[in-house]
Design a protein around this ligand. Sequence first.
Ligand code: UDP
Length: 236
Amino acid sequence: MKKLEQLYEGKAKKVFKTDDENCYIVEYKDDATAGNGAKKGTILGKGVVNNRVTNHLMKMLEQNGIPTHLVEEINDRETIVKKVTIVPLEVIVRNVAAGSLAKRLGMEEGTVLKSTVLEYCYKDDDLGDPMVNEYHIAALGCATPDELKQIADYSFKINKLLGDYLKDAGIELIDFKLEFGRDVNGKIILADEISPDTCRFWDSKTHAHLDKDLFRRDLGGAEEAYKEVLSRLLGK
Ligand code: UDP
């Protein structure tokens, strides 16, 4: 497949057109941002880890009945994906209190939630991705009620599949963010990435962060932690 002109450059990835009108190529960068772009930096090797971890996890999800945009990994940083129109929502799934939820609800980080929490944020950088509910989503026209039900069903199923899978690698799945898109047939499929940039991964035993919080909070060791996730999941 031929890589054609760049369509879009985001904070962590570039998207290119290809000679197949139903496919794009995504390229993962080492650029890191936090706080809606307020903090900028680089995590060396991050693009490689996120590309390979995302593809590995999406393959596992596909095998378990979750449709994803993954087509084929081309190399360390580039992957062919199905063309989708992104549903402008960040879907956040939480098992343990951390980050913005811990702050907002006055809970200590690490408190196990009595039940899984699903949150939606409206994807709009200028507005700082505000949290929205089902009514806002319908009012904004982001997704139909049927689409949102499908998104919620997939998200809970993904939480169970990912949580079980990561447990075997000694990783506790604290919370994570998903994005969905509509494929060329209008079907809802999982898109974007599943990586240490978009998930909170804690070491099961020590509770050490193995994710972007190391960068967000200037804790150090992000490069090593990302590589650790890659090696625990792919064995290299
Ligand atoms: N998250 C993300 N992109 C965002 C916001 C959050 O990938 O723009 C992920 C984040 O890595 C974490 C989860 O969603 O795994 C919940 O994040 P939270 O709302 O606690 O926000 P934060 O504390 O990261 O600002």
